[in-house]
Design a protein around this ligand. Structure first.
Ligand code: SAM
Length: 253
């Protein structure tokens, strides 16, 4: 891939802090038309690319972003953490603004977010520092860097809970079927995955429903569902690796 072209795309300030690998993938999907590439990047990373969405401070920011604004975090986390029992660490993949809900999680919990948008990562880490939240930070990485994600998971205390809220769509649109490989791999390195999907889409209804069925069937075949519930336009699934031996070995060693 032409490095010059990646740099050209990143010349516009809003894209300047995206990892090169993310821009490279967008180029491989959209072709070498700079307008198309930027429009694709805006579609999946756009809202966080300007600091405008990071209005307010800490948990106030949750109210200004589309994915988190309708969530009632109090009851939602009560349900999620209640179902999971003991949690050693939360790893929030594609965390976006959700990292600002840290204060609403069980006090002092180990938290690592992974996010491609550098502007958001800086703002989140500033928030953790100013709030004295020493057990929380966000890493600036591309989720397609699976080796890095697995290494990060390995370093976290067990039982590890992965949050994958409204991220599958972005992964699938940048590489078809990547989320299958991704879910199987992270399932091996975690004790729980909490995944969320939007219940409705404003556009492309048929494609949206087909994808939703596809992901739910895949989860049914490969994971055990601990709980599944719908709240405020979002379906949450708490799942774990189906294979008893994997879990057994995790516990013994
Ligand atoms: C729809 S938002 C959801 C944000 C958050 N998980 C929530 O539900 O509140 C998707 C997030 O995933 C991030 N993202 C998408 N693809 C990514 C990638 N390849 N690497 C890292 N982050 C990514 C986006 O920047 C964005 O913050």
């Amino acid at each position: 891939m032409d490095k010059e072209f990646i740099l050209e795309v990143k010349k516009k300030r809003e894209f300047s802090q995206l990892p090169d690998s993310v821009v490279e993938r967008a180029i491989s999907v959209a072709g070498e038309d700079i307008k198309e590439v930027r429009s694709l990047l805006r579609k999946y990373f756009g809202v966080f690319l300007t600091n405008k969405v990071l209005k307010g401070k800490g948990i106030e920011i949750l109210k200004s972003h589309k994915s988190s604004m309708h969530r009632e975090y109090g009851p939602l986390y009560e349900l999620i953490f209640g179902k999971m029992g003991d949690v050693g660490a939360v790893v929030d993949l594609g965390c976006g603004a959700n990292c600002f809900s840290y204060e609403l999680m069980p006090k002092g919990i180990n938290y690592v977010g992974v996010e491609a948008v550098g502007q958001l990562v800086d703002s989140a880490n500033r928030y953790f520092k100013e709030g004295g939240f020493e057990s929380a930070h966000v890493l600036h990485r591309d989720l397609f860097d699976l080796e890095f994600i697995l290494k990060t998971l390995k370093q976290m205390p067990k039982p590890r809970a992965i949050f994958l809220f409204q991220v599958v769509d972005a992964l699938e649109n940048l590489e078809k079927d990547f989320s299958k490989k991704f879910l199987l791999a992270i399932g091996e390195e975690s004790e729980r995955i909490v995944l969320s999907l939007p219940v409705r889409s404003l556009s492309g209804r048929t494609r949206f429903q087909a994808r939703r069925k596809w992901i739910l069937d895949f989860i049914g075949e490969n994971f055990e569902t601990i709980d599944s519930f719908e709240t405020n336009g979002e379906r949450f699934l708490i799942i774990k690796n189906k294979f008893f031996w994997g879990l057994f070995l995790n516990k013994v060693f």
